[in-house]
Design a protein around this ligand. Structure first.
Ligand SMILES: CC(C)(COP(=O)(O)OP(=O)(O)OC[C@H]1O[C@@H](n2cnc3c(N)ncnc32)[C@H](O)[C@@H]1OP(=O)(O)O)[C@@H](O)C(=O)NCCC(=O)NCCS
Length: 189
């Protein structure tokens, strides 16, 4: 999900003005080394591979730690990309990943995945509602998301969180560079 668009814009506000943020059950926070094992395991899940458009085929905990110190830190610093952790608000343990990318002057896109063992408990819905709040704090006017017909859980989470359908499924380039029939959603902030 770390896209390579050369024309990305940086935000006026730092991501750290908006995170950590929590609803008491789920927290969205910066990534840390404690996430490395769970991130690497989750990224290996078939549904994450199919739907989340991660840039690497395989992640090891060491690769994740290197990314946290490298590209993730750099892009947080220049305010062009945020790869964040969805964590359990009580234990702070990793539940999933939320990415804010393709940042433009007034809007940005989000991507997300929940680790297999934490699915089915509404984690993505909570994370999406928090992501809307993050975008508001960052001063954005609109948040975008894309999914595909074969991913009804994602579609349902977006609609429940307040996103609206923007367009019929159309061929679009995904963040990983694949072309697929994507359905676009957005929420005005
Ligand atoms: C999509 C994903 C983020 C959903 O995360 P989650 O927090 O486990 O979502 P839930 O299981 O709580 O499901 C959300 C809603 O979809 C519903 N749902 C789940 N599977 C469904 C299915 N096959 N058909 C229809 N509805 C479904 C759930 O019942 C729930 O609705 P409810 O809140 O009314 O009960 C998670 O499955 C995931 O990480 N998938 C792989 C990566 C991915 O698809 N990312 C999104 C890319 S756009």
């Amino acid at each position: 999900m770390i896209e390579q668009n050369k024309f990305v814009q940086s935000l006026e506000k730092d991501f750290t003005t908006a995170v950590p943020i929590s609803d008491g059950v789920v927290t969205i926070r910066l990534m840390s080394d404690i996430d490395a094992d769970a991130y690497a395991a989750g990224a290996d899940d078939a549904l994450v591979k199919r739907f989340a458009h991660l840039p690497l085929e395989k992640y090891t905990p060491q690769v994740v730690r290197n990314m946290i110190r490298g590209v993730i830190a750099d892009r947080l610093r220049d305010r062009t990309l945020a790869v964040l952790t969805i964590a359990d608000a009580s234990s702070d343990s990793f539940l999933g990943s939320l990415v804010i990318f393709d940042i433009k002057k007034e809007d940005a896109e989000i991507g997300y995945w929940v680790a297999p063992t934490h699915r089915g408990h509404g984690v993505s819905g909570r994370a999406l509602i928090l992501s809307i709040e993050i975008a508001r704090i960052l001063g954005l006017k609109k948040l975008r998301a894309r999914t595909v017909r074969e991913n009804p859980a994602s579609e349902k989470s977006l609609l429940k969180a307040g996103f609206s359908w923007v367009s019929e499924a159309q061929l679009e380039e995904t963040p990983s560079g694949k072309i697929e029939m994507s359905i676009c959603y957005c929420v005005e902030l």
